[in-house]
Design a binder for this molecule. Structure first.
Ligand code: 5AD
Length: 358
């Protein structure tokens, strides 16, 4: 199996069959470490020991969708719903900038409130943040919208967009989502985002209910083909108030392996060490960095609302202030010999594009 990892490094692709045998063998002693060492070396050669950090502002937990895995699903009754005011969002952005963040991520559930009239309300928020902090990248993570809205937000100054595809296999997608949600539309949104010029982020949950090795192979094939700028990979974690409450959590080990394989397949990718790796532990994100991740996304949401933005149970960091959360993550990163850098942390190819345009 090590030879397949070597082949991936050389050719940056594998056949579906090869992916299935490689991923299926993840418990072979030494294999995860072999991939992690290669991935870490590649990450060090491109990004050095620098970890990019992004501040997430969870601006609303209202959501019209009913994804079977997510604690913010519309049918959830255990969640006190909130929506930050524009002023609260600006205060978080100001605090973030003061703390050294040069990427702000606005993440929220899908609601007509922000989508109406070409996302007019969010466009205003993005424009204000863009004007106030010209040195700061703006990332959006607000779900599926139409092209017009995505374009308006891009023109207002958004740089990046996170929209995990969740799974590249239609039948699996349909087991994770109700019939009101469409696999084709999700994929189409990703294509549109990239076409508009966003740095686009796809991604999956590892160990989501009904996921098979074939599905993961399809995800790797999809990412090889679509070439996202960012890939978010975290283990599935159950949330008590969802139809998937009784499914087991995904494996951290398999998540590290997939992170490493993504890095080896596409060395310049921006790969976050995701929060879901640290449910009930503190070494998950560290180990993801050692397996090739190069981004960490601390929480910038106001104190008091964090406990209402629970995609899954046991989410870490919800009792810390933004500053505490950042300091905690900074010391975890420093403990393993890396540093958090102040800077936008764009995808290497997008930095070049910008330099050429200037
Ligand atoms: N466990 C892990 N990740 C989850 N997400 C949503 N619910 C869960 C869960 N229960 C992830 C999805 C989504 C992202 C914002 O969070 O992949 O795209």
């Amino acid at each position: 199996m090590k030879s397949l990892i070597d082949k991936l490094e050389e050719t940056q692709e594998l056949t579906h069959e090869e992916w299935v045998s490689l991923i299926g063998a993840y418990e072979t002693p030494g294999l995860i470490d072999y991939a992690a060492e290669k991935a870490r070396a590649l990450s060090l050669s491109i990004f050095g020991t620098q970890i990019y950090f992004r501040g997430i502002i969870e601006y609303t937990n209202f959501c019209r969708n009913d994804c079977y895995y997510c604690g913010l699903r519309m049918s959830g009754n255990d969640t006190t719903r909130y929506r930050l005011t524009p002023q609260q969002i600006f205060d978080c952005a100001e605090e973030g900038h003061r703390l050294g963040y040069r990427t702000i991520v606005l993440q929220g559930g899908e609601t007509a409130y922000y989508e109406a009239k070409g996302a007019a309300r969010m466009v205003e928020i993005v424009r204000t943040i863009r004007e106030r902090y010209p040195d700061t990248a703006i990332t959006l993570s607000m779900g599926e919208m139409n092209r017009e809205a995505y374009e308006a937000l891009f023109e207002a100054g958004a740089d990046r967009y996170l929209l995990r595809h969740e799974t590249a296999t239609r039948e699996h997608y349909e087991k994770l989502h109700p019939p009101t949600m469409s696999f084709d539309n999700r994929m189409e949104c990703l294509r549109i985002l990239k076409e508009i010029g966003y740095q686009a982020g796809a991604g999956i949950m590892v160990g989501s209910p009904y996921q098979t090795v074939e599905h993961l192979a399809n995800d790797m094939m999809f990412m090889a083909d679509f070439k996202p700028h960012m890939v978010g990979i975290g283990p599935f974690q159950p949330h008590h108030d969802t139809p998937f409450a009784n499914f087991p959590a995904g494996s951290n080990e398999l998540t590290f392996f997939i992170v490493s394989l993504c890095r080896i397949m596409n060395p310049k990718l921006l790969i976050p060490a995701t929060t879901a790796l640290d449910c009930g532990r503190t070494d998950g994100r560290q180990r993801a960095v050692l397996a090739g991740a190069n981004v960490i996304m601390p929480n910038l949401s106001p104190e008091g609302i964090k406990k209402n933005y629970l995609l899954y149970d046991n989410k870490p960091g919800i009792t810390q202030s933004a500053e505490e959360n950042l300091n905690k993550l900074r010391s975890l990163v420093e403990e393993i010999g890396y540093t958090m850098v102040v800077g936008r942390g764009d995808h290497p190819d997008k930095v070049k594009e910008k330099a050429c345009a200037a």
